[in-house]
Ligand binder design. Sequence first.
Ligand code: GLN
Length: 224
Amino acid sequence: VVSVGILALQGAFAEHGASLNRLDLNNRKLNVVFVRTPDDLSLCDALIIPGGESTTIALLARLAGLSEPLKEFTRTKPVWGTCAGAILLSQSVVGAKKGGQELLGGMSIKIARNGWGSQVESFEVPLELNGIKESTRPFQAFFIRAPVVLELSSLHDESPITVVARIPLNLLPPSLIEENMTENDPRTVVALRQGRHLLTTFHPELTEDDRFHEYFVQCCVLTQ
Ligand code: GLN
């Protein structure tokens, strides 16, 4: 049995639970743990940090005594951050609220909060995938006040970064488009993997397409 935790302080944690419970892992049993305390976390082999509000999640984690345990967990076990969770998994953030934003780190990227605009500028895009099952079938991705990746910079002693999905340049919101931007611009990166961590700036748990959940469990949690 493998236990995958979902940080359940705020945000879309129930939806991640539903996606995990739909997975078919060829007779491997998967146990879903909603994590609200350090004791819950200690039961987990891996963790998903959902979308929601990164500042609120960090504050509630501190109040629950989870800040340090989460940092330690991130150093040693697979973690997947979606949207707000992606912010928490980053090494540095631009646009944090006054007073700063507590981060867990774990992935050597720099990210901008709310980089695609406000809630009303939320959008939906079919993404092409790289290295994920049935990658020729596009993945319908929902971006809701999503963060934008600004820099990817793995140092020589860190695991390399693999880009799992990009938004095509012509689908970027006009406010982000700049002259001379290339298709390899970090701002087009919306899903990436580093070591056993996964980051998506959109919300795979809001669809019935569970390929990212399966990828996380199969490739980040069960292998190695
Ligand atoms: N904008 C939110 C934040 O900064 C993230 C939004 C989301 O998770 N959908 O935390």
